[in-house]
Design a protein around this ligand. Sequence first.
Ligand SMILES: [Zn+2]
Length: 386
Amino acid sequence: MASLTTTQRTVLTGARVVLPSGVVDNHPLTVEGTSIAANEPAEHSTLDLSGRGCTIVPGFVDLHNHGGGGASFTSGTAEDILTGVRTHREHGTTTLVASTVTNDLGVLARQAALLSELVEQGDLAGIHYEGPFISPCRKGAHDEGLLRHPDPAEVRALVEAGRGAARMVTLATELPGGIESVRLLADLGVIAAIGHTDATYEQTREAIDAGATVATHLFNAMPPLQHRTPGPIAALLEDERVTVELVNDGTHLHPSVLQLAVRSAGAGRVAFITDAMDAAGFGDGMYQLGPMQVEVRDGVARLVEGGSIAGSTLTLDTAFKRAVTLDGLSLPDAVRAISANPARLLGLSDRIGSLEPGKDADLVVLNEAYDLVGVMRKGEWVVRPS
Ligand SMILES: [Zn+2]
């Protein structure tokens, strides 16, 4: 019986640990049951990581993810969805929000009902609706024939279809009904994310004033920053109320632009996301993204028709490694962008996003080269350091 099992007590020793107070060398980290404990218990097992240049960071939190491991969150069975969840877990993502893509409202509601069951049982942290309330001018990999104006009644119906699991809706706030929908989402406690948008600078400011707090993959699927027409990018970067999502895969953004955005917003207002699709952690080939056909070649996903970038094949361990080895982020800043900030947006900072006593034992062990060698979720090894 589970109740008779001795609670697991493990002390991880010999690693550098990224704590909220800073980076501490050779810091023993105690795991008791599913949580991080303050003190070493009398009886415990030890996992000694010394001599390997290991760093322990909080488990990664992905706000925007469509699938992985050959499986999609936008179609398929609960088992398919769990395949995607497991794949990303093996790459360090211990908390994951499943993203949908534009589809019929009825289809989205059915997907949401299934996703909400997995949220209920703790395998997912929520649902993110990307579309259908987005701009045909900036549709990216979304089916233009299924786009709609953000009618608040329909927005509310989609949120309700998630049975309490809807966490974020990406919408083009300049469309008719957009500002009203932002206000409604803010009232419902759901993040209004500005994205796939053709808004001006002024229109974007209006949406932020109405309660929008996230920029969906900043730079991608929105007008570019221009010196006389700054557009949404300047408005989203400059406002303290907004967190900007960035896809750090080297394809969605030039490293120089990513670094510029991090410096401009500050590490406290950045969230690294994958925007991953089925091919993440799986391989090249032909895939579906919602109703759209996608070809993945050399790890880059593009629509068969038109060639738009169609999500990524990124996993967050790669995004983290890029951040500290290529982009010049400090370890604490990279942890903010990939764990603490998204945890705060989800309202989960009391449980996850940092390594502190009482919080969930969700952690990632990296080697000297910042490659992932271990993942623990709620005190259980997903990948055990060998
Ligand atoms: Zn997406």
